[in-house]
Every structure is written in structure tokens, then in C-alpha cells.
Design a protein around this ligand. Structure first.
Ligand code: GLC
Length: 654
């Protein structure tokens, strides 16, 4: 511990007795004792990260006390029902690790138009086994273009087109009564330029001084832009936008990592952290249980870097997590960090030493590797890349997914590609060609997103069904190819339901919804082709879900079955390790998981359009594995399991 940190601790000890007296006063003996105990438990995880970020410029004991008092106020205002949930979750800290956890992701308006209609669709979600519902951005966005709701102008109001904050609370309550958790986005990195903070900053309101970042000329912006890759190179190159009214009206280049109307917050100012803490806690008290922390890697800026994953970013997340847990222990953080595999695990707190940070994180690498495997019809790169990832800390978990609302960026590192003798750039280009349907025998109907003419990079848009060949085979009226497409889609879900972590089903995949081109008619959406894979729910199609003769019935029934079986397999808990296996055929992605109570689980997935053979001898020693669920009848000859094209098996010890 540095001398400076030691001084912070001493200063803190002087403040603590008064603070604890206030805690007991505000919350009473029972709640106050719980809060005080939580504070003691997490204190080091507050003081140390705050000191690491702000120690040079701020009185840390004072900052920490201000932060804890914000948490205290929120704890005091926390509704009784949520305090009971806190109590349950503190007893059952593993709640989000259980195999019963299964997510569903949708846009409220595209799923059911308004929040008030959502409760009547909970039965539909329950049929799929959903216990976690992520409603895509629904807080008050700016008018006009809003990046799918990621340009928030008020964190305490719901988009009036969807309903009111009261409706959101009702949704949270309705979900909770069915043992389902509500997840929403917290857009941490930036606000809309119309946000009260941004407007206050522009007009020189001292309460918002230094809330954003601006430079009078291009010198510093050019220096940053030289090393920071643009997120939206085609329409928003660079990370800065000229704003006439900035810097007291003399004009300035405002930091805008994403679109020009999304202004990056300046986390070098501790007041920004405290302001964001206040918003998150307020939302926690409305009944939100899982916070999807949007675009976290971008929080801290450093010259000469790519502007991602800076140590301060991790410290900020650690401090925020501790503070939110203090007031609302029923909540968890999910990191949206779409970064290289080696940069991903630290968001779950795996640093040189474990530091509690986010509880969940998107397994971007698994998602990318699955699509790459389908295109190459070979799982070796996936086995290699996934196999070399660091284990995640105990108590944390992945969220696994096939498709989300964003484009797919090919996070295949040059090192991983080289291990296959491939050139990283060429492989990424092949994937773009393949999924945009430009490659000879491609079954996919995706589209390129954000082509960067300077670097040749691009990403891919398209629904799962479109990328799996379902759209193409339907258009061509090819029944055999359609069945292959369905098998491909189910295969992907068979992996993410069993790889470890909370699987997320993206709305529409359960019905194989194809690309939606209606966004082209809306000028606020037309330029962003990510909308093609954000379809409107087709309730007529959903009405066919129980008819196994229909496409919808074939897909829905199989996904439902994956969820039902998953719930009974203890080794699919989130926090046990996944180990990649070599089963003697590169077409097969194979992995094992183990739980001390239930024994071993093995998953097998043939990513190719031709049969594969699994040498069961290679699984000897893993226990008495029995078939639990498979895509086809089990066929074993002489210790070799035939895995048909795009087939899967789940095996587990009884
Ligand atoms: C996240 C969202 C993406 C959005 C960006 C900016 O990456 O998933 O849709 O454009 O953040 O908020």
C-alpha cells in the first residue's frame, strides 16, 4: 500500500464513526446494520479504485464519503419489496449462476408496442423458460436520430412513446412475481447533447463544469484520433465533433466517440461518477435488477492508446459496482465490452489480483468463433482461441449469445488466425464476404456494416435466420437447405445454452425471423443497417409456434427443449469452468464442464455440412457420460459416435 493510500485510510477512519451513526439513524437498526456490514466488506474495493483514479487530484476520503452518502440516500428510499429481494439475494448470492437463468432480449416497441402491454406477454416468455428480460434502451432519448435509444437525454424518464416510469416499475414487479429479472441499459460513456448535464455544461452552469471534454483547436483531437480507431467510420469518422456553442461560445471540438449527438462524459471529473451513480441507484429502486453497462471500454481516455480498456476504466467500474451493491445488493452489472479476448476477462474482475467489477460480461469471443466456425465448417480456430482464454473469477459468469442488436465485428486476433496458418486480415475479410453473401457457396444473407475504405475493415448485419441460410432457402424454395438452416440455428443455440453462463435469446430467433427492411422507410433509421436485424415481432408467426409442421414450430420447439433440459443440468451453472476438448475431428467443437455435485458435462457440436465422427475414447476418464439431449438419434459404432452434419449432443454424468 502506498503512503498516500495509507493516509486515505487514516482519514477515512476518522469519518467512519459519524457516518455509521448517520446510517443507523437513517435506516434503523436492522437495515442500518446490514448497510454498515456491506460497507465494511466493500470498503477496500471503493477506496482503492477511487484512489487509483482520483488520488492525485481529490481528497479521497471525502469523495468516498460523498459517494457512500449517495448510496445511503438510495438505500433509505428503497421500496420494501426490493429490500426483501436484497435480503433474498444476500442469502442466495449465486442466484444468477443457476442453470435456470435464461435471458431474452427485445425492443419494447418491437415486441409489444408499449410497456403496459408487456405483462400480457410474460406467459410467452415463460414458455421459452425465460428468467431474465433485457429490454433494449427505453429511457428518454433525444428527439430524431438516437442510435437505437443509446443517446439518452433523461435517465429518470421512460421514452414517452413506450409509456411512463410507472409502467416500467409495473413491468419490473410483474416480472419479479414470476421470478424473472429485469435488465436495462445504462449508457455510461455518453449522454445525448440535449441532456440537462450537457446543456448546463454548454451554458457554463458551475454544477456541470468539466462534465464533458472539448478542445479549442485540432491539435489534441488530431493526436488522439491518430491512435483511436473510429467506431462508425462511414458517417462519424474521428472521435470529435465541432460544436459552436462549446467553450463559452467560442466553439470547440467535443469528444464524441460514437455519433456527433452522443457526447462523452468526462470521468476524470469525480462529480460525473457521482452523478451517474445517482442515476443508476434511482433506476435500481424502480426494480431494475441487471444493468447492462453500455460501451464500458471507452470510459477513460489516454493519449497514444486506442482509447479502450484503460486501467482507470476498470477502477471506475469497480467503484460503481461496490457503491450500487451497497444500496441495492440484489442488482448485478453486466459489462458490454466487445473487445479482444485478452481484454475481456478483466471486466469480470480478473486482474493481477481479483477485484470485484462486473458480475456478468458478454462472451463476444464465443459468438464470433461460432460464426467463424460455421463459415469455415471447421471448429479448430474456435477450440484454439476459446481454449486460451483465462478462466473467469469465481462468482462471476458469462452471458452467452448468438446474435444481438449490434453488428458482428470479427474479433479474431492475428495471433489466433496465425495459429491456423491464416492471415488475420484475410480471414476477417473472408467472413465479411461470406456473411454478406458474396462468397461463392455462402448460405448467408447479411450485409456489410461500416465499411472502412482506409483499412478495408467491415462488420456484419443480419438476423440469425438470415445468416444461417434460412432466408436464402425460403426464397429459393429449397426444403433441404431450409432444414440445414434450421439445424444451423439450433446448433448455435445448443452451444450457447451449454457453454457456461446465462444464455441470451435474441427476440425473433425463436421464430427464425428474417431480415427486416422496413427501417429503410424511416429517415431516422435508414442509414444504419443494424436495423435489419432488429425486426418487429411477428405475432402471427408466433401463433404457429406449437405446430411442428411450420418453420416457427420447428425452431421454437427445439429452442424450448434446450432451455428445459438445461435447467436440469447442474454442471451448466455459470461459475464452473469450461475446458475445450479435442475429440479427433476438427469439425466438432467439444467442451466439458464439471460441477462438484453433478459431475461432468460434455457438449459436442458439428459445425460442418458433412458428418463428423467423435472418438469416444477421448472422453474416457471423464466419467460415465449419458446422452441428455441431441439433434439426432445416437449412433455409436466401435466407440465412435457419428455426429451428422450440423448435429449436436449434450452428454452428462447422471
Ligand atoms: C453499444 C451499443 C450500440 C451503441 C453504442 C453506443 O455498443 O450496443 O448499439 O451504438 O454502445 O452507445
Amino acid at each position: 500500500m502506498s503512503e498516500r493510500t495509507r493516509r486515505v485510510w487514516t482519514a477515512w477512519q476518522e469519518r467512519q464513526p459519524r457516518l455509521i451513526a448517520d446510517v443507523l439513524d437513517a435506516l434503523g437498526r436492522s437495515e442500518g446494520t446490514a448497510f454498515g456490514t456491506r460497507l465494511n466488506v466493500c470498503l477496500a474495493d471503493l477506496i482503492e479504485p477511487l484512489d487509483a483514479v482520483y488520488g492525485g487530484s481529490t481528497d479521497i476520503a471525502d469523495l468516498c464519503e460523498r459517494a457512500v452518502r449517495i448510496a445511503l440516500a438510495a438505500a433509505g428510499a428503497r421500496p420494501e419489496e426490493l429490500r426483501l429481494l436484497d435480503r433474498r439475494r444476500e442469502v442466495d448470492r449465486d442466484w444468477f449462476q443457476r442453470p435456470r437463468m435464461q435471458g431474452y432480449v427485445c425492443y419494447t416497441e418491437r415486441f409489444c408496442e408499449k410497456l403496459a402491454n408487456l405483462p400480457e406477454h410474460i406467459d410467452y416468455l415463460a414458455e421459452l423458460g425465460v428468467t431474465y428480460l433485457h429490454l433494449m434502451p427505453l429511457l428518454q432519448p433525444r428527439p430524431g436520430e438516437n442510435d437505437g435509444g443509446y443517446a439518452v437525454m433523461d435517465y429518470r424518464a421512460v421514452d414517452s412513446r413506450l409509456g411512463t416510469m410507472h409502467d416500467l416499475e409495473e413491468v419490473a414487479t410483474a416480472l419479479r412475481s414470476r421470478d424473472m429479472s429485469l435488465c436495462i441499459d445504462v449508457v455510461l460513456n455518453h449522454t445525448a447533447r440535449e441532456h440537462r448535464w450537457a446543456q448546463g455544461w454548454l451554458t457554463g452552469d458551475p454544477a456541470y463544469a468539466d462534465f464533458y471534454i472539448a478542445f479549442p483547436d485540432r491539435t489534441i483531437p488530431d493526436a488522439f484520433d491518430a491512435t483511436i480507431p473510429p467506431v462508425f467510420p462511414d458517417r462519424a469518422p474521428g472521435s470529435f465533433t465541432w460544436v459552436d456553442a462549446a467553450l463559452g461560445g467560442t466553439g470547440g471540438w467535443v469528444w464524441t466517440t460514437f455519433w456527433p449527438y452522443q457526447w462523452d462524459l468526462n470521468y476524470a471529473n469525480p462529480d460525473v461518477l457521482l452523478a451517474m451513480l445517482g442515476e443508476i441507484l434511482w433506476l435500481a429502486n424502480r426494480g431494475v435488477e441487471i444493468f447492462r453497462m453500455d460501451a464500458v471500454p471507452f470510459l477513460w481516455k489516454r493519449l497514444g492508446t486506442n482509447g479502450l480498456n484503460q486501467p482507470e476504466t476498470h477502477s471506475l467500474m469497480q467503484a460503481l459496482n461496490g457503491l450500487v451493491r451497497l444500496a441495492a445488493p440484489a442488482t448485478v452489472f453486466k459489462a458490454e465490452a466487445i473487445v479482444a479476448p485478452e481484454d475481456l476477462v478483466p471486466y469480470l474482475g480478473a486482474h493481477d489480483r481479483y477485484r470485484p467489477e462486473c458480475d456478468l460480461a458478454y462472451h463476444n469471443q464465443l459468438m464470433v468463433m461460432l460464426w467463424s466456425s460455421l463459415a469455415t465448417k471447421d471448429a479448430e480456430l474456435a477450440r484454439h482461441a476459446l481454449g486460451r482464454m483465462d478462466p473467469i473469477p469465481p462468482g462471476t459468469s458469462w452471458v452467452t449469445y448468438v446474435r444481438g442488436h449490434d453488428d458482428i465485428g470479427w474479433a479474431v486476433t492475428d495471433t489466433d488466425a496465425a495459429s491456423m496458418g491464416w492471415n488475420g486480415f484475410s480471414h476477417r475479410r473472408f467472413l465479411n464476404d461470406f456473411y454478406s453473401g458474396r462468397y461463392g457457396d455462402s448460405f448467408a444473407r447479411g450485409a456489410l456494416f461500416q465499411q472502412n475504405p482506409l483499412t478495408g475493415d467491415a462488420r456484419i448485419s443480419g438476423t440469425t435466420a438470415a445468416l444461417c441460410g434460412i432466408e436464402d432457402s425460403l426464397d429459393r424454395g429449397d426444403a433441404a437447405a431450409l432444414e440445414q438452416g434450421v439445424r444451423r440455428l439450433v446448433l448455435l443455440y445448443s452451444v450457447i445454452y451449454a457453454f457456461g453462463g446465462v444464455p441470451l435469446l435474441y427476440m425473433g430467433d425463436e421464430l427464425a425471423l428474417r431480415n427486416d427492411r422496413t427501417y429503410l422507410d424511416d429517415p431516422a433509421l435508414a442509414a444504419d443497417n443494424r436495423w435489419m436485424h432488429r425486426p418487429w415481432m411477428d405475432w402471427a408467426a408466433a401463433g404457429r409456434r406449437h405446430d411442428p409442421e411450420t418453420l416457427e414450430g420447428r425452431v421454437f420447439g427445439r429452442l424450448q427443449r434446450l432451455g428445459a433440459v438445461r435447467r436440469g443440468v447442474l454442471a451448466l451453472r455459470g461459475d464452473t469452468d469450461t475446458v475445450l476438448l479435442d475429440v479427433g475431428d476438427n469439425k466438432v467443437l467439444a467442451w466439458r464442464r464439471r460441477h462438484p455435485r453433478s459431475g461432468t458435462f460434455v457438449g459436442l457440436a458439428n459445425v460442418a455440412d458433412t458428418d463428423a465422427v467423435v472418438d469416444l475414447g477421448r472422453l474416457a476418464g471423464l466419467g460415465d457420460l449419458q446422452p441428455v439431449l441431441g439433434s439426432d438419434p445416437m449412433e455409436v459404432t466401435d466407440g465412435r459416435l457419428r455426429l451428422p452434419a450440423l448435429g449436436f449432443w449434450w452428454l452428462a454424468e447422471a
